[in-house]
Design a protein around this ligand. Structure first.
Ligand code: SF4
Ligand code: SF4
Length: 113
């Protein structure tokens, strides 16, 4: 409650310039964006399509990269750009994990054989 009062007491509220926008004609109401958003922003509205409240969206792009209908786009970014960013992130993560997967456990001491 006190955090909400702090926010509401400000004359201006700045939000990120990049937000996700839903093309409701393409939305299949699969709930992927609703489930995956780390900020719990997307909801299914009365018309049965996803709705993203712009003021609450952090513009992380996770929902846009996961939407199977490609119904979500980040303002100022195309789907191809978001997919390229997602691929680069996954490659970075996989690259970081590769040495761990190749790691061999140490040999047990001779007394334990
Ligand atoms: S992930 Fe895409 S298709 Fe699924 S509910 Fe969200 S906007 Fe609609
Ligand atoms: S861009 Fe990020 S914060 Fe905004 S609705 Fe999608 S997953 Fe949530």
């Amino acid at each position: 409650m006190s955090r909400a009062c702090t926010v509401l007491s400000k004359e201006q509220i700045l939000v990120g310039g990049v937000v996700s926008v839903v093309d409701k004609e393409k939305c299949a109401a699969c709930l992927s964006c609703v489930r995956i958003c780390p900020y719990n922003v997307p909801v299914i509205d009365a018309e049965g399509a996803a709705d993203i409240e712009i003021a609450r969206c952090q513009g992380c792009g996770i929902c846009a990269s996961e939407c199977p209908a490609q119904a979500i786009s980040l303002q100022h970014f195309t789907s191809e750009q978001i997919n390229a960013k997602s691929r680069a992130l996954l490659e970075t993560i996989n690259g970081a994990q590769r040495p761990l997967r190749q790691h061999k456990p140490p040999e047990p001491p001779p007394s334990a054989r």
